[in-house]
Design a protein. Sequence first.
Length: 89
Amino acid sequence: FAYPALAVWKDSWNAWRSLFVFCSIIFWVFLLQGIIQGQIIDAFAEKRNQDQYLREDLEKKCFVSSIDRFVFNAYPGEWEKRRGGRYAW
């Protein structure tokens, strides 16, 4: 690239190139960057919800047998014996 002309009206290439760069930056900043950041935030929120669901599932069901925690109420001490349903032994 060369230095811009002293008289802008004599060199239209530089003016069009500058306009293109300016429009590209505006397009990137206002549209694409916001969309990309929104996609990233939504992906992390979905991952967080999945992890929360799995933690709640581990607290409510036995890890090994998938039996609901309240079924163990018929057998006193069985839930604690299994250490909250996380271990089979």
